[in-house]
Design a protein around this ligand. Structure first.
Ligand code: XIL
Length: 302
């Protein structure tokens, strides 16, 4: 196979990228997108602030450009994200209690219903766990509505779109020995044991020198998969360049391929110049759209 998507399909997996709506007029960008990827995540356009700028007034136009472009090209879509403490619309940021809980549930119900049948997997809840050694939840307005807010979110999403896979998504959950990883693992185990509808766990996988690809990555992915969920690498980027970067990309790809329930990998942008990171070269294509060494190492590992 000579594209990422075709290579991933050889083992029944997908290879995706984050897409920004304002780049869909960029010929180089769209050319690589259409050629290399078979899964798309909207980089910002399906977040709460984008879809519900005023309470109960939904705005789907920009997100739909991404979704329709993807589906028109035969690609699938990961929905990102139904509930998150960041990129909330202003009206939601200062809400609390029952009012906020109901607003969150209404958002999930409306958005998941609108997109019913078009989404492969939803990141239902994003980044709800704390960094550091507590292994517990992050403080946020959503968390303060009650510890059961995450399961309430998953139940609302299941009711609205019964056929979409429902994922919990987070960062710094790659190293099996980290407290945050254990915290998420314990939540997923609890959800599975109590029948809370969860189908998958997303690992953002934003790596840099301070947060390198852990040597136990395969263990982490396998342990989660053994709970009875799919796992996916959802926002991959790795700071660096040359062979060191290529090796790390290859290691992540191999870790996924070694886990039967690791169903796909998504990189968080196409060219280095498309990256959300202010500086650096963390992606698979250079600023001109040329394939990097990291690209070749991923392709050969798939
Ligand atoms: C980032 C986008 O890439 C940026 O354009 C935006 O300014 C901030 O959000 N974790 C996530 C993604 O789940 O939604 C974030 O995306 C990156 C970190």
């Amino acid at each position: 196979a000579d594209t990422l998507a075709a290579a991933a399909q050889q083992s029944g997996r997908y290879f995706g990228t984050a897409v920004a709506a304002n780049k869909l007029g960029d010929g180089t960008y769209v050319n690589i997108l259409n050629r290399e990827f078979d899964m798309v995540t909207a980089e910002n356009e399906m977040k709460m602030d984008a879809l519900e700028p005023n309470q109960n007034q939904f705005s789907y136009g920009t997100a739909d450009r991404i979704v329709n472009q993807a589906i028109g090209q035969g690609k699938r879509v990961r929905g990102h994200a139904l509930a998150w403490h960041m990129q909330q619309p202003g009206w939601m940021q200062n809400m609390g209690g029952t009012q906020l809980r109901n607003a969150m549930l209404n958002h999930i119900t409306q958005v998941a219903t609108y997109y019913r049948g078009k989404i492969y997997a939803w990141d239902v809840v994003n980044e709800a766990f704390a960094d550091g050694n507590s292994g517990g939840r992050r403080d946020s307005n959503l968390q303060r509505t009650g510890n059961d807010w995450i399961e309430a979110a998953f139940r609302a999403a299941r009711s609205a779109d019964p056929n979409a896979k429902l994922c919990y998504n987070d960062y710094n959950t790659d190293n099996w020995s980290h407290a945050k990883t254990q915290g998420v693992y314990n939540m997923v185990r609890d959800f599975k044991s109590r029948g809370v509808p969860i189908d998958c766990v997303g690992f953002q996988a934003h790596f840099n020198s301070g947060n390198p690809v852990p040597s136990n990555y395969h263990t982490t992915l396998q342990n989660f998969a053994d709970l009875g969920v799919d796992v996916q690498i959802t926002e991959l980027d790795i700071e660096g360049s040359g062979s060191s970067q290529a090796q790390q990309f290859q290691g992540v790809t191999q870790a996924c391929l070694a886990v039967a329930r690791c169903t796909g990998i998504t990189v968080w942008g196409i060219r280095d110049s498309d990256s959300w990171r202010a500086s650096g070269t963390p992606l698979l294509f250079d600023g001109s759209g040329n394939k990097k060494q990291a690209y070749n190492s991923v392709l050969s590992a798939l």
